[in-house]
Design a protein around this ligand. Structure first.
Ligand code: O2Y
Ligand code: MN
Length: 582
């Protein structure tokens, strides 16, 4: 395979800068992967897990100071600060290069530099894009092999398109003081140093598929969104595809892999993707979506046969567990797993642990990296080069009061307003205060590679470009009564809400007007075999005008922060809602 000159030149430049002891081009084969894993087991980077219950699985422990994405060390390096907007950290490209280049200088001395070509999106899809990650972490290489289509297939695509996103990554000394994740949107380039964990290091995921791709999408007229994609199959076999955006701690992966309860006979939910959707207007005027990823990087704590049986089945083989606890019989364990806490284990830091240690055994952000193809609910269409047609977009949040179980936007612009004003209450799983309402428009706040005001304008433009745009909805599975008890059972029962969404998207489904949008009529949702009483349903679908007026007032500071880049259309939607609530 001939390597394009631009790629060769960049690899040579990176080699001269990072000074590794050797350079390895990754082809993505099984033999190559087996050798890499063997070396990692030898050096202690990976620990093999019990081969009977977890065949092909390994445990990795990251540096204890390197356990999650670090938003405060993540930068958008556009020429002008105003192009990154007030919601991103900004550095000028020149300052970023001057500050970070010395951290790469000699950073790979005595280490191997891996060149990892990868494809985001299905093979032979016109919508897929190529990235190349240069890294000194074999754990990153093995993870990228699961999360993307890695190696020769990417070089084949590159031969046809020429363009690729450059990602230079080094573990550096893993010190948080010398950690930076810099994005250069104009150059379509990423520099990440000082972290070996998740979104900071697997550059295809948040860095490319969202931050850089959101800029490509704006420039090229498509959408790169932080959305799961599911197909909902009715008992007659018709499948409706839905994309949904949720802030963290709202059960996004659980929804992506939903198992219909026994009462929903004949219904199926197919997983197309659990985190990212790239969407374009098709020749038929609809939005078509692909999942650019090939694997899941799912959170472990509270993943169980109750919350997500499909995730459990997926992670049982060929998976890497990062920062899980290790039982004496070589199995991974995490809080909220099916198995009770082991009497003795090794915690995520590698220390002896017992239930009376007073600490968690698995890190709260411990993860599994598993191939999407292993998921029992994986859609037969998940690798379709054309993607799947999206009939509905769903925004969601965790709101103990205020937001009804489900409501529908009146039109695209109103739906964009709904996404732009999304908010969610923090949980104990996130760092910081619990129960605080955080604004996270379209769940993209940490992932939009440019000014949020321009991003909303792009959403509005996409509605104009798509003659048959998806209908837009908002859901809230987390509404509570005055005693603090959840009103809706959630999990698999959320299919009942998805069914109303599917009906509405098809032009049926009973609804009633409200100031905030279309609500289901009291009898529109199937609640057979549920203990949801009519008064509970009333509470779930109620709109408290006073609370909504407070909500509107709380939205204003965020909108004001975006200044004159906030589209007037969204200010108009805000004013219209205010009038409707009076
Ligand atoms: O902390 C990390 O690096 C992982 S965060 C993550 C992982 C998978 C999917 N989504 C997310 C996210 O933060 O949205
Ligand atoms: Mn995510």
């Amino acid at each position: 395979m001939t390597i394009p000159k631009a790629l060769n030149d960049w690899v040579r430049e990176s080699e001269a800068l990072c000074k590794p002891s050797r350079v390895v081009w990754c082809e993505g084969s099984d033999t190559e992967h087996a050798a890499l894993v063997r070396d990692m087991v030898k050096s202690g980077v990976l620990l093999p897990l019990d081969s009977k219950t977890y065949p092909g699985c390994h445990l990795h422990r990251s540096d204890p100071s390197d356990v999650a994405r670090t938003e405060h060390l993540t930068f958008i390096c556009s020429e002008k600060k105003e192009d990154a907007g007030p919601t991103n950290n900004w550095m000028s490209p020149a300052d970023a290069r001057a500050r970070v280049r010395p951290l790469f200088d000699g950073a790979m001395k005595g280490r191997t530099m891996y060149v990892v070509p990868y494809l985001m999106g299905p093979a032979r899809s016109p919508f897929s894009k190529v990235g190349v990650e240069i890294t000194d972490s074999p754990y990153v290489v093995a993870s990228m092999r699961t999360m993307t289509r890695m190696g020769t297939i990417a070089l084949e695509h590159l031969a046809g398109m020429g363009e690729f996103v450059k990602g230079l990554h080094s573990l550096g000394d893993l010190s948080p003081e010398r950690r930076s994740i810099c994005h250069f949107p104009r150059e379509r380039e990423i520099w990440s140093v000082g972290s070996g964990y998740g979104g900071n290091a697997l550059l295809g995921k948040k860095c490319f598929a969202l931050r850089i791709a959101s800029v490509q999408a704006r420039d090229e007229g498509w959408m790169a969104e932080h959305m799961l994609i599911v197909g909902i199959e009715d008992p007659k076999g018709n499948v409706t595809y839905v994309a949904a955006a949720f802030p963290s701690a709202c059960g996004k992966t659980n929804l992506a892999m939903l198992v219909p309860p026994a009462s929903q006979k004949g219904w199926k939910v197919w997983t197309v993707g659990d985190d990212i959707a790239w969407m374009r207007v098709g020749a038929d005027g609809r939005l078509w979506a692909i999942n650019p990823e090939a694997g899941f990087f799912g959170v472990l704590p509270y993943t169980s046969s109750k919350t997500n049986p499909n995730a459990l089945a997926t992670l049982k083989h060929n998976s890497i567990f990062t920062n899980a606890a290790l039982t004496a019989d070589g199995k991974p364990w995490w809080e909220g797993a099916d198995d009770p806490a082991p009497s003795h284990a090794t915690d995520w830091r590698g220390q002896p642990w017992t239930p009376s240690s007073g600490t968690v055994a698995a890190h709260p952000n411990s993860r599994f990296t598993a191939p999407a193809a292993q998921c029992p609910s994986i859609s037969p269409k998940w690798e379709d080069p054309q993607g799947v047609p999206i009939s509905a977009i769903v925004f969601g949040g965790r709101r103990s009061k205020l937001a009804p179980l489900v409501y529908q936007a009146r039109d695209w612009a109103h739906g964009v307003f709904m996404g732009a004003t999304m908010a969610s209450e923090t949980t104990a799983a996130a760092t910081g205060a619990v129960g605080v309402t955080r604004r996270d428009p379209m769940a993209m706040l940490p992932f939009c590679g440019y000014h949020m005001g321009d991003y909303f304008a792009h959403w509005l433009r996409m509605g104009e470009r798509a003659p048959k745009p998806p209908a837009i909805f908002h859901v809230n599975w987390f509404r509570k009564d005055d005693a603090g008890k959840f009103l809706w059972p959630g999990f698999g029962e959320n299919l009942r809400v998805l069914r109303w969404i599917v009906d509405r998207a098809a032009g049926s489904g009973k609804s009633v007007e409200s100031p905030i949008g279309h609500l289901p009529t009291r009898d529109a949702l199937d609640v057979t075999a549920l203990s949801v009483t009519p008064p509970t349903m009333d509470a779930l679908l109620s709109v408290d005008r006073t609370a909504w007026q407070t909500e509107l007032a709380e939205q204003s500071p965020f909108f004001d922060k975006l200044g004159d880049r906030l589209p007037q259309r969204l200010r108009d939607e805000h004013a219209t809602l205010s009038k409707r609530l009076k």
